[in-house]
Design a protein around this ligand. Structure first.
Ligand SMILES: NC(=O)c1ccc[n+]([C@@H]2O[C@H](COP(=O)([O-])OP(=O)(O)OC[C@H]3O[C@@H](n4cnc5c(N)ncnc54)[C@H](O)[C@@H]3O)[C@@H](O)[C@H]2O)c1
Length: 247
């Protein structure tokens, strides 16, 4: 039986941890060759290979345009094409109310979480246009449509990711490229490592389902959006949030 992503090449940024790593595992388990990209060395490729999959690491800081350009070049050099891109790398960044937020803190989170998505999309779309096809999934957040105290920079960046996703889908859906974003609620990953158990418990209660999400629960949606099963889905904002946005 043909596997979901047989003969496909999937690129994942921020694939060294959390949601990106869970998605990289799922792409590989479904037959894709995976470009694992992250700013840090990590064990994602080794784990995929140990399970019989195929993966290749490209170290990239997505906040630097030249590194994103090189990431796409290396993907094309290694595997000849890029069928799927999951632009997921992100940081929580400085948490402070707006008047107290440092300029550097604000600029840092925008540079990774928003500029990084722009740079990656720019070079991915150029490659996908040449191929005449491609799928892009960006990681936005519930905080791409609502606010959260002390998260100004993060919220601004994620609102920007939603806008970039919609605009790019408007521009390129007629050219064979589907572009969507996922919007996780709070997910149990190292991104939340600065929060103590009490804060996490309080956060859980903001989700009607009564708990934080797990990376593989987000990955399942990313996999569907990346697959041909989602052939009519483009320009969409897809919450996967335990009901957070209902209240
Ligand atoms: N965890 C949550 O509650 C949550 C909720 C909504 C959205 N998100 C988003 O999901 C995405 C993944 O986050 P996660 O929760 O899996 O966190 P994580 O910290 O587990 O993983 C993020 C990965 O991105 C990498 N990274 C950081 N800066 C980078 C850079 N400049 N260039 C390349 N890679 C970089 C990190 O090394 C790490 O491996 C982020 O975009 C985050 O904003 C997370």
């Amino acid at each position: 039986m043909k596997r979901l992503f047989q003969d496909k090449v999937a690129l994942v940024t921020g694939a060294g941890s959390g949601i990106g790593q869970a998605a990289a595992f799922s792409y590989a388990a479904n037959g894709a060759k995976v470009i694992v990209s992250d700013i840090k060395d990590n064990d994602t490729v080794a784990k995929i290979v140990a399970e019989g999959g195929e993966a290749y690491f490209v170290k990239t800081d997505v906040s630097i345009a030249l590194e994103c350009e090189r990431l796409i070049e290396e993907t094309l050099h290694k595997y000849g094409k890029i069928d799927i891109a999951f632009n997921n790398a992100g940081i929580l960044g400085e948490t402070n109310t707006l008047a107290d937020m440092s300029n550097n803190g604000f600029e840092k989170v925008i540079s990774v979480n928003l500029n990084g998505v722009f740079y990656c999309m720019k070079y991915e779309i150029a490659a996908m246009l040449k191929q005449g096809s491609g799928v892009i999934v960006n990681t936005a957040s519930i905080l791409g449509v609502v606010g959260f105290a002390s998260f100004s920079g993060y919220v601004a960046a994620k609102h920007g990711v939603v806008g970039l996703t919609q605009n790019a889908a408007f521009e390129y859906s007629s050219k064979g490229i589907r572009i969507n974003c996922v919007a996780p609620g709070f997910i149990n990953t190292p991104l939340l490592s600065t929060m103590n158990a009490k804060s996490k418990e309080e956060l859980s209660l903001k989700h009607p389902i009564g708990r934080l999400g797990e990376p593989k629960e987000v990955a399942a949606l990313v996999i569907w959006l990346s697959s041909d099963e989602a052939s009519y889905a483009t320009g969409g904002y897809y919450p996967i949030d335990g009901g957070y946005l209902t209240s």
